[in-house]
Design a binder for this molecule. Structure first.
Ligand code: DGI
Ligand code: FE
Ligand code: FE
Ligand code: FE
Length: 189
C-alpha cells in the first residue's frame, strides 16, 4: 500500500484523538531515528501503523486473534486492549502490506516491550510515550530529553514509571512487561 493510501485508511479506522496521536508518534519516531542514526522512513512508517488495531472493539480483537491463531494469554483476556499490538502487527502485514520484519516486530512489542529490543523497537516504544500530545505522565521533561541521548536509560525510566502506574491502579501486569523491566532496570540512573 502506498503511504498516502495508508494514511487515508488509518484516518477512517481510528478515532480523531488516536489519529492525532498516530501522527505525533510518526514524527517523533522520525526525529529519534535522526538522533540515533536509523532509517527515518522506516521509523515513520512503523510509527504511523503502530496503533492501527487500537480502535477495534475488544470483543472483536479477541475474536480476530482466535481466528488468526494469535495466542492470547490470561492477562490479555483480562485486558484485551493489550492485543492491539500483536493484532496491529498482523494487520500491518496483511492489510497494509508491510513486509519489513523490523517494522512488524516494532509494532508487535510496542506496548509491553521485550528484553533486549532492537533500535527500531526502542524508537517506537519511546516515541509512543513522549510524542507531543502526551501530557499525563510524570517525569516527561526528563524522559523526553534522555530519549535523544540514551535509549536504554530512557526505556528503564519509562518502564519504571509504567509499572508504578499499573501497580497503583491494581492492573494485572503481563509477564513480558515485567521481563522487559527486569532487563532494562540495570540502566536506571
Ligand atoms: O496504545 P497507546 O495508548 O498509545 O500506548 P500503549 O500501546 O503503549 O499502551 C499503553 C498502556 O498499556 C498504558 O496504560 C500501560 C499499559 N500497559 C503496558 N504494559 C501493560 C499494560 N497494561 C496492563 N494491564 N499490563 C501490562 O503489562
Ligand atoms: Fe498502542
Ligand atoms: Fe507504549
Ligand atoms: Fe500509541
Amino acid at each position: 500500500m502506498e503511504l498516502n493510501e495508508i494514511r487515508k485508511k488509518l484516518k477512517k479506522e481510528l478515532d480523531k484523538g488516536r489519529y492525532e496521536h498516530t501522527k505525533g508518534v510518526m514524527y517523533t519516531a522520525g526525529c529519534l531515528a535522526m538522533a540515533h542514526e536509523y532509517s527515518m522512513e522506516k521509523a515513520m512508517l512503523a510509527g504511523l501503523l503502530h496503533d492501527c488495531a487500537k480502535c477495534i472493539p475488544n470483543d472483536q480483537k479477541i475474536e480476530m486473534c482466535e481466528k488468526k491463531h494469535i495466542l492470547i494469554n490470561p492477562v490479555e483476556y483480562k485486558s484485551p486492549y493489550l492485543l492491539h499490538a500483536k493484532l496491529g502487527a498482523f494487520l500491518a502485514e496483511t492489510v497494509y502490506e508491510v513486509s519489513d520484519p523490523q517494522i512488524l516486530h516494532a509494532i508487535k512489542v510496542h506496548t509491553t516491550g521485550e528484553p533486549d529490543m532492537s533500535l527500531l523497537d526502542k524508537i517506537i516504544y519511546i516515541a509512543d510515550y513522549i510524542e507531543p500530545g502526551r501530557d499525563k505522565a510524570e517525569n516527561l521533561p526528563y524522559i523526553r530529553k534522555i530519549a535523544f541521548e540514551d535509549l536504554d536509560v530512557c526505556m528503564a525510566e519509562i518502564l519504571h514509571d509504567t509499572l508504578a502506574y499499573l501497580s497503583s491502579r491494581g492492573g494485572s501486569i503481563d509477564a513480558t512487561t515485567k521481563m522487559t523491566y527486569d532487563f532494562y532496570r540495570q540502566y536506571r540512573k
